[in-house]
Design a protein around this ligand. Structure first.
Ligand code: AMP
Ligand code: MG
Length: 406
């Protein structure tokens, strides 16, 4: 009997794989208008200039009394200055009268300064006007305790530039200049499609030989976490026809991420589809898990053929898909939080392959958590992973390792 298996004959290194993916990536140019309340996490596609000063008027920076600073010269607890209290100005009001010489007006933090006043005496530096005129116990300088018109943002100033990632504080800056909407870059749409005759959606009951689809859900979660829009498709059967149809269905999206069928078995048809309908950039990475990975282009779209094994697929999503996706989304590169810890147990690594090895942080050490590439618990029970270089065969217990946290 002849076999139809086709072994992967040459592997490329992880750095080379990343470089080839990076060379194929183009940032998304489409833009869309989003309301302010949905702007966090998006990337601005326009410069935002202030139409007016922020704050729009001189205002009290403290609760107290609006005064003419000159009237407080030389004031001290032993020799207070008495000022005639002529009114009050609260926030959201316009001052009804100016402050004349020898006068003061009670003022709330954020209320507009009345004409004539050039400083605020904080209430703690006064007797609160308990007995007639307000006694001021300390001198203030002109401008003291005032927030000046335009001190935060000047009219006409660019507050945020195109390409900026909107964070909570930048959403705040948008609000401060009164912008209710902004143009942002559209998120890359990522078609996610599982292949395999054995796959059933969670919620259904399993027939003989069937398993639940894991990859569609792990991939969608990673995509959503890194600035993409996951677009899940129906599972494709292991036939060339169905896979070709599945590819055609996804061609409106920006990236196609298929899982399964990327290896060397008779029914691993991703490579055939990729080579007949598109262009293969590489197949096979010196990486564990994640060796049988295919990457290329179909119909002008990026195509990732991820291994079917759930841990291989998800690990690859972190290692290969996330950097590509973030560049498409114009997001800054992801920097994993890391912990430097001693390795809790000796780890033997796959010779000649860069290894992503999951660990659990336990008792101040990085404990090996990797089981097998097919086991989702290799990752779900881990806190992060260490990377073991291709040329390293063994990492001894006690070696200080950098754990990248999930
Ligand atoms: P494949 O890459 O198609 O050869 O699949 C490798 C292994 O991963 C097989 O045991 C498959 O049943 C399993 N597998 C493939 N796709 C998925 C998936 N979406 N969810 C869970 N397991 C899968
Ligand atoms: Mg399969």
């Amino acid at each position: 009997m002849t076999t139809k298996m086709r072994p992967i004959r040459s592997l490329i290194g992880l750095d080379e794989a990343r470089a080839r993916i990076d060379a194929a990536v183009r940032p998304i140019d489409r833009t869309e208008r989003v309301p302010l309340a949905e702007a966090n996490g998006r990337v601005l596609a326009e410069d935002l200039a202030a139409a007016a000063d922020v704050p729009p008027f001189d205002r009290a920076a403290m609760d107290g009394y609006a005064v003419r600073a000159a009237d407080t010269a030389g004031a001290s607890p032993a020799s207070p200055r008495a000022l005639t209290h002529t009114g009050t100005v609260f926030t959201g009001e316009a001052p009804r009268r100016p402050v004349g010489p020898g006068e003061c007006i009670e003022i709330a933090t954020g209320a507009p300064m009345p004409p004539g006043a050039d400083a605020v005496v904080i209430v703690e530096e006064t007797d609160g006007g308990a007995a007639g005129p307000v006694k001021v116990f300390g001198a203030v300088a002109p401008g003291q305790n005032i927030g000046r018109q335009g001190a935060d943002i000047r009219q006409g100033q660019d507050v945020l530039r195109a390409g900026t990632l909107l964070t909570p504080s930048r959403v705040g800056a948008m609000a401060a200049i009164g912008r209710a909407h902004a143009m942002v870059y559209s998120r890359p749409r990522v078609a996610i499609l599982s292949t395999g005759n054995e796959l059933v959606d969670p919620g259904a009951s399993l027939g003989p030989g069937q398993i639940y689809d894991i990859n569609r859900f792990t991939l969608a979660a990673v995509v959503a976490d890194h600035g993409g829009v996951p677009v899940p498709y129906r599972t494709a059967a292991d036939t060339l026809d169905d896979l070709a149809r599945a590819v055609d269905d996804c061609l409106h999206d920006d990236v196609l991420v298929f899982s399964g069928g990327s290896s060397v078995g008779e029914r691993d048809l991703i490579l055939d589809v990729l080579t007949t309908r598109g262009e293969l950039v590489f197949h096979g990475i010196a990486l564990k898990p994640g060796k049988p990975t295919a990457f290329g282009r179909v119909g002008g779209r990026l195509f990732f053929g991820m291994p079917g094994y759930p841990t291989s697929c998800l690990s690859n999503a972190y290692i290969l898909l996330v950097p590509a996706l973030r560049r498409m989304a114009r997001l800054p590169p992801h920097t994993a939080r890391t912990m430097r810890l001693p390795l809790g147990r000796r780890v033997a690594s796959a010779s000649g392959r860069h290894q992503i090895y999951t660990v659990k942080v336990e008792g101040g050490a990085a404990m090996p958590a990797f089981k097998a590439s097919g086991d989702i618990t290799s990752m779900s029970e881990a806190d992060g992973y260490i990377e073991i270089a291709a040329e390293t065969d063994v990492v001894e217990a006690g070696t200080i390792v950098d754990v990248k946290l999930f």
